[in-house]
Write a protein of this length. Structure first.
Length: 575
């Protein structure tokens, strides 16, 4: 049908044409005047029909497809088939063309996350399976330093108040830690186990009831030899915060140099586990030997342009980590070289959860804007008390917390050390972060996305099983490259890459049946986020799968009417 704004003019022209023809016929004074008027009406109306393409409403049955996934409800399937004539398929053996269908009913645990793109922009009604019972969430560090504890945090879900025991066993099979669950619903748990050796270690997490083993899952961990950091601390003046950080770093054997400003051009120095040297300016030679720079905001603001440019180059190319100690002025400075922006907040205190214990810590009354490239360190709180920005291979970070040294003064040095060790681990772009995987749990015969950072036009090569991975540059982050692979064998696997030397990144490939309840729980929630969930079954299935569509009248009928009427007008005068 033509654009509605032209309808008036089309009808007006048709009416004008009809009036002109009626006047002509009136002047002819034909004996068959009324018959000719009827024929003229037919001609004009048929022409209007050809131009306007009229249609009539018709109810049609939609083409529906029912997709079954793991743990679907047979009752739901029977109800759907009763109210809707739909084709039924299983997702894991899908062999139909999805574009042939108008609407989809998805039943069960849902589509794998890596396949959700296939249902994008489609009409999907998702009826989820019941949430699984057992371990539904698990979180731990895949890479640790030898001597650190392996810490597992997770959730266990059960519908009845059964007594079960969760046991963490070490690589040798020896029991490391355990906890019990005896209430219904979801229970959070925390398990710890020491690491003594270096290398690829396999812990196990068992779930037992009073009589039998319910499940046993593999917990792969790579324990690395301790890395000694070279840390440079720059302050306008000594502070309690810097003093506590310095004591922590020195106690762990790191090389620490502290520079405090005395006057405009004079500095005092402190050296720990490293040789003494005077450092008046940040130069390329100095920064190449440093892993972490801790600097207060006044000193950061006072860097010369050449010092900042060299600092930024070392972050981007060499993976240097920079941490800015905040003050009130930082949050409203608007400094161009600062990659963060902030909004005002009411809270002056937050609660961190460290070692499974709540810890109240004072904060500045601001909140970072989580724009592109900015990430929060959420190990201890969902509130972004620590945050950082990617700068090529390196990172620049800061915090909302203030007076964290008071945690140590109150005698809780374990929590203080863990907070700051976590921050430095996340900031450092070391060998573990040269390559990143899109998820912690890797499963056989499922796609795995690999990311790495390089500012060069041609990034460093990454190989998997002697085959070079084709790099794809990320549009929004030019320094980030990615590729996809399909691990097909359970056990330890590795990526090999050459940056400044030959290096290996180890990861563990789980069997498709491993961590079944965790995977199912994650999949159900991912599908709910993608499609929503029909919890009221009657509303989902008892609506008739009919739609009203406008069916256009075939134009051949208007051509036939026009030919018939025009033929009569031509033949009539001859009789």
């Amino acid at each position: 049908m033509p654009d509605t704004k032209y309808l008036f003019w089309i009808w007006a022209l048709g009416l004008l044409l009809f009036l002109i023809l009626v006047i002509v016929e009136f002047m002819r004074k034909s004996d068959h005047f009324y018959y000719r008027i009827i024929a003229l009406s037919g001609c004009v109306l048929s022409l209007m029909g050809i131009v306007l393409k009229p249609a009539f409403p018709e109810k049609i049955q939609r083409k529906n497809l029912i997709i079954l996934t793991d743990n679907y409800s047979q009752k739901v399937l029977d109800s759907l088939q009763r109210y809707s004539a739909s084709q039924v398929v299983r997702w894991d053996s899908l062999s139909v063309d999805l574009s042939r269908f108008d609407k989809f009913h998805l039943l069960g645990a849902g589509i794998p996350v890596y396949d959700l793109w296939q249902m994008k922009d489609k009409s999907v009604r998702y009826v989820p399976a019941e949430l699984p019972e057992g371990i539904t969430r698990i979180k731990y560090a895949s890479y640790i330093t030898a001597g650190e504890s392996v810490i597992l945090q997770g959730e266990y879900r059960q519908s009845e108040a059964n007594h079960v025991k969760l046991i963490l066993n070490g690589p040798s099979g020896k029991k490391m830690d355990s906890t019990s669950v005896s209430i219904s619903g979801t229970t959070q748990f925390l398990l710890k186990g020491p690491s003594f050796a270096t290398g690829e270690l396999l812990y196990t997490l068992e779930v037992r009831d009073t009589t039998s083993l319910l499940s046993s899952e593999t917990v792969p961990v790579v324990a690395q030899a301790p890395t000694v950091m070279n840390v440079f601390i720059i302050n306008d003046y000594p502070t309690f915060e810097t003093r506590s950080l310095k004591q922590l770093l020195v106690s762990e054997g790191h090389k620490v140099t502290v520079r405090n400003k005395v006057t405009q051009d004079r500095y005092s120095y402190e050296y720990y586990n490293t040789r003494a040297r005077q450092i008046d300016r940040l130069t390329s030679g100095l920064l190449q030997a440093v892993h972490v720079i801790i600097i207060d905001f006044d000193s950061f603001k006072g860097l010369t342009d050449s010092e900042y440019q060299e600092l930024h180059r070392q972050m981007t190319e060499a993976g240097l980590a920079l941490f800015i100690q905040p003050d009130e002025a930082m949050f409203h400075s608007g400094l161009e070289r600062l990659p963060f922006s902030f909004s005002k907040a009411d809270s002056k205190e937050t609660v961190l959860k460290v070692n499974d214990e709540p810890l109240s810590v004072p904060t500045y009354s601001y909140r970072p804007v989580m724009k592109l490239g900015v990430e929060a360190i959420t190990n201890f709180s969902t509130f972004p008390v620590f945050f950082f920005h990617h700068s090529g291979r390196g990172k620049i970070g800061s915090a909302l917390l203030t007076k964290t040294y008071q945690i140590g003064l109150q005698g809780d040095t374990i929590s203080y050390n863990r907070i700051w060790n976590t921050v430095f681990d996340r900031l450092l772009a070391d060998v573990n972060e040269a390559i990143e995987l899109d998820r912690q749990m890797v499963y056989e015969n499922e796609p795995l996305q690999v990311f790495w950072f390089s500012k060069d036009e041609k990034p460093f090569e990454v190989k998997y099983r002697q085959e070079l991975l084709p790099p794809i540059q990320t549009a929004l982050i030019p320094e980030q490259w990615s590729s996809q692979l399909w691990p097909d064998k359970k056990g330890w696997d590795e990526l090999v890459f050459i940056r400044d030397s030959l290096r290996r990144y180890s990861f563990y490939v789980h069997d498709a049946a491993d961590w079944k309840t965790v995977r199912q729980f994650e999949r159900i929630n991912a599908n709910i986020r993608a499609f929503g969930a029909f919890t009221k079954l009657s509303e989902s299935i008892k609506k008739k799968d009919e739609v009203t569509e406008q069916i256009p009248i075939e134009p051949i009928w208007f051509y036939l009417i026009f030919l018939g009427c025009a033929g009569y007008l031509w033949i009539e005068p001859k009789f």
